[in-house]
Design a protein around this ligand. Structure first.
Ligand SMILES: *Cc1c(COP(=O)(O)O)cnc(C)c1O
Length: 393
């Protein structure tokens, strides 16, 4: 598969990045080895110096990891991709590679909790400051820019309220001032949204979620132009948050079913969102595929469908929300998402439990809010499960 532009995304998900070994295996080979041997001292020296291309040590490169990187790069329409041990290590590696003390970041205030912690409390100790602004307010991003701003960082749709950031508008703003735009594409995956095509400079993934798709392994990735991913690689090979070969192999297999999973999960999420919107005990549904979503038109321009995450508020507060959760027999009570098994979460007491009530209120995350990450079960079974709790409040 020499030129990925010749193929559709479904085909790339199954075949991109694979090179057969001398054994002509049909499935991707798993190279569980920490290091690689050389034919001579001279070759060892040439490999270490970079004069000769080839594997040296799996902290730097590994053929199974390389296959995953190449496949994900093809899916995102990126020149190159660097895989990491987790989504958080992808974000950390990107920032450590491209920012220095004195630099400034503008980020959306609806980011994944650990990303907010990293930007808001850890990086300031190393002289990298972040201003948090509303996901949906382009003027606020512009106002937050400083001469030392180096990076825009956002996640769209946001978690759990599914707010949409206007990627082309923010890309134009960033580019005009020489600022890089990085998009965490975890919720959409390249099947539903390709941020690089929309003007972003870099895409970040928590491969732990939809890319694996079956809740098995942790992984992450940064994709974009080689001049930027090379910088990320230089940090990664030295600092070491590398993806393991085994996890890369699991993720390669996950990517093969990505398109059918995300499209099916997304269409079931839409059915569930419509049903919830009609339910007398539900106050409000947040789902980008519903015309009632404040950014329905923007979402339609930017994403192929609404995705698999639906959140909604129940009529009541924490007791009512918890009652819905506790009455479920099928939905899993867990904060993970992107799995084939549908999960149900109360963000205010779990994923967003550590931020202050004021921060939660500013982010619009009330005690009455529930988040569903729709999997592959039948919609009727999901509805019946939720109905037990909803009808009792
Ligand atoms: C889970 C998640 C992350 C972090 O990924 P890990 O693999 O858990 O480190 C980052 N961004 C988003 C949007 C996530 O959902």
């Amino acid at each position: 598969m020499k030129n990925s532009r010749d193929y559709s995304i479904e085909t790339l998900a199954v075949r991109a990045g694979q090179e057969r070994s001398q054994f002509n295996e049909h499935s991707e080979a798993l190279y569980l080895t920490s290091s690689f041997v050389f034919t001579s001292a001279a070759q060892a020296a040439a490999r270490f110096s970079g004069e000769e291309e080839g594997n040296v040590y799996s902290r730097f490169t590994n053929p199974t990891v390389a296959a995953f990187q190449d496949r994900l790069a093809a899916l995102e329409g990126a020149e190159a991709c660097i895989a990491t041990a987790s989504g958080m290590s992808a974000i950390l590696s990107l920032i450590m590679a491209l920012c220095s003390a004195g630099d400034h970041i503008v980020a959306s205030n609806g980011l994944f909790g650990a990303t907010q912690q990293l930007l808001g409390t850890i990086l300031p100790r190393f002289g990298i400051q972040t201003s948090f602004v509303s996901q949906t307010d382009v003027a606020a991003w512009q106002a937050a820019m400083r001469p030392e701003t180096r990076l825009f960082f956002l996640e769209t749709p946001s978690n759990p309220l599914t707010e949409i950031a206007d990627i082309p508008a923010l890309a134009r703003l960033a580019r005009a001032r020489g600022v890089l735009l990085a998009v965490d594409n975890c919720f959409c995956t390249p099947i539903l949204q390709r941020p690089l095509d929309l003007g972003a400079d870099l895409v970040v993934h928590s491969a732990t979620k939809f890319l694996d798709g079956q809740g098995r392994v942790l992984g992450g990735a940064v994709a974009g132009p080689r001049r930027l991913t090379d910088e990320v690689f230089r940090f990664l090979r030295t600092a070491g948050p590398t993806l393991s070969a085994f996890n890369a192999w699991v993720l390669l297999k996950g990517l093969e079913t990505l398109q059918i999973r995300i499209e099916t999960q997304s269409s079931r999420a839409l059915q569930l969102a419509r049903w919830l919107e009609e339910h007398s005990r539900v106050a409000r549904v947040h789902y980008p595929g519903l015309p009632s979503h404040p950014q329905f038109d923007l979402a339609r321009r930017q994403q192929h469908s609404g995705g698999a995450i639906v959140s909604f508020t129940v009529k009541g507060g924490r007791p009512e929300a918890w009652k819905v959760i506790d009455s479920c027999r099928l939905l899993s009570i867990t904060a993970n998402l992107g799995d084939t098994k549908t999960t149900l979460t109360h963000p205010a007491s779990t994923t967003h439990g550590r931020i202050t009530p004021e921060q939660r209120a500013a982010a619009g995350i009330g005690e009455d809010l529930l988040r569903i990450a729709v999997g592959l079960e039948a919609v009727t079974d999901l509805q019946n499960d939720l109905e037990r709790g909803l009808s009792s409040i």
